[in-house]
Design a protein around this ligand. Structure first.
Ligand code: LLP
Length: 434
């Protein structure tokens, strides 16, 4: 399915590591991340975007997956990093990511988060609303620190993806609305603020997108705004950040586009606009998250109970579920899986792969074709690198899986396995209950 997944002697390998050996060594459920897959995706971004067009930058959207090791990897690749909370910002800074390469997003940043960003001199704050602009200005003044900002706009475009992950629509909680009375008064305010350098605009149209139409429409809308801001305020356009959303392969029926398909169309739109309006080309940023890490992840599970309901279905239960991968329950996301041993064995049945949570909807894959299978065997679910660990929970007090990073035949733990003690570490009992 992916380059880093191979089958040798009837066994599944992730890079040079045999899946069953990883499961035995580190236990299950286990997130396995392929370092070379991540580096290959970064290289694709370099070939198709950064090295092809001058004055372009890529920020990894860390909400897809953030661990201290990943911060190191992204830093080595020379990318910027998009963070969206104090916690993500802390993780990046703690692992010594250069703060000038951090872009801070969020639709309701707290005063503490804004102060943390200003104090740490993050390179860019993407202001989402006027409340935030005012708060940021006050903080910069109080700390006597200058900061660079972009405005996130709501371009009012719809994308062909699940409603929950479409963010460009006018009716969205994200971004500044393009009603002229709102956006131009914000531009005027920011241009007159001596503590804030206004760099330009940002939008993000949605996630897991296969069609470039919404990116191109949103780019056109942002450029129209730039033109009007230039006419009204003499504003010179320095940066445009077109967000992420580039879709990946979850199952064999997904046919994702190359990153060039999106960025070529976006860059052509910007270049034509700048030529027509005699403006200098801005810096252009993209923010891929899922594209960088999604396909790199594989989750290994051990099969437990197998329940055959005659004439209805067979439930194959694994030792994880919606607590380590909420996406099927939340977005009806589809995944593909095979046995770690004999992955090519003839399939003899179609099963429902379910988790161990007390929820009927805790189903990872419906209609999964499998060979005969026994309890104790290992199943691998593919493309689980993005928004799996990042969205994991302790529901039912299940433990969140450990994560290993594989590179060739080397494997290293990058998130240690949790213990039951970890689960009660924040609990406190008031004296009168003891
Ligand atoms: N930039 C901004 C401002 C974003 O809000 C996002 C994602 C990205 C970049 C990266 O998008 P990507 O390239 O990863 O598609 N939990 C959902 C996805 C939510 C995405 C939120 N924002 C899922 O599992 O599908």
């Amino acid at each position: 399915m992916h380059n880093h997944i191979q089958v040798k002697e009837n066994n599944l390998y992730i890079e040079g590591c045999r899946a069953t050996e990883l499961a035995e060594k580190y236990g299950t459920p286990l997130y396995v991340l392929s370092e070379n897959s991540i580096r290959e995706k970064c290289q694709m971004v370099k070939n198709d975007f950064l090295n092809k067009y001058p004055n372009t930058h890529a920020a990894y959207a860390s909400k897809a997956l953030l661990t201290s090791s990943l911060v190191k990897l992204i830093e080595q690749e020379g990318f910027y990093m998009d963070v969206v909370s104090g916690g993500e910002l802390y993780t990046a800074i703690h692992a010594k990511f250069p703060s000038e390469r951090i872009i801070f997003h969020g639709n309701n940043k707290s005063l503490e988060e804004l102060e943390m960003a200003v104090k740490n001199q993050v390179g860019r704050i993407v202001v989402d609303n006027l409340y935030e602009l005012e708060a940021l200005s006050t903080i910069c003044r109080a700390l006597n620190r200058k900061t660079h900002v972009l405005f996130r706009i709501t371009p009012g475009v719809s994308s062909s993806t699940h409603d929950y992950i479409a963010t460009g629509k006018k009716d969205s909680k994200f971004g500044i609305s393009l009603d002229e009375s709102i956006i131009f008064s914000a531009v005027e305010t920011v241009l007159n603020d001596p503590f804030i350098t206004f760099l330009g605009f940002h939008f993000h149209v949605g996630s897991q997108i296969f069609d470039n139409a919404s990116h191109v429409s949103a780019t056109e809308i942002a450029l129209e705004l730039v033109k009007k801001a230039h006419e009204q305020f003499g504003y010179d356009f320095k940066e445009l950040n077109v967000g992420g959303g580039f879709g990946i392969k979850y199952t064999d029926s997904c046919e994702p586009q190359k990153i060039g398909y999106f960025v070529d169309a976006i860059m052509a739109t910007i270049a034509a606009f700048c030529k027509d309006n005699e403006m200098a080309m801005p810096s252009v940023f993209i923010e891929p998250g899922r594209f960088i890490v999604g396909e790199a992840g594989t989750t290994l599970y051990t099969v437990g109970s197998i329940k055959k309901i005659p004439d209805i279905r067979t439930y194959v239960a694994i030792d994880g579920g919606m607590t380590d991968n909420i996406r099927p329950a939340l977005y009806q996301a589809k995944y593909q899986a095979t046995m770690a041993k004999r992955p090519f064995a003839d399939t003899t049945q179609t099963v429902t792969l379910c988790g161990k949570c007390c929820e009927t909807g805790d189903i990872l894959i419906e209609n999964l074709p499998l060979p005969e299978i026994n309890s104790g065997e290992i199943i691998a679910v593919f493309s689980t690198g993005a928004y799996n660990y990042a969205m994991a929970s302790h529901y039912n007090k299940h433990l969140i899986p450990a994560m290993v990073l594989v590179n060739g035949d080397q494997s290293n733990v990058i998130i240690r396995r949790e213990t039951f003690e970890d689960l009660v570490q924040y609990d406190e009992i008031p004296g009168y209950l003891k």
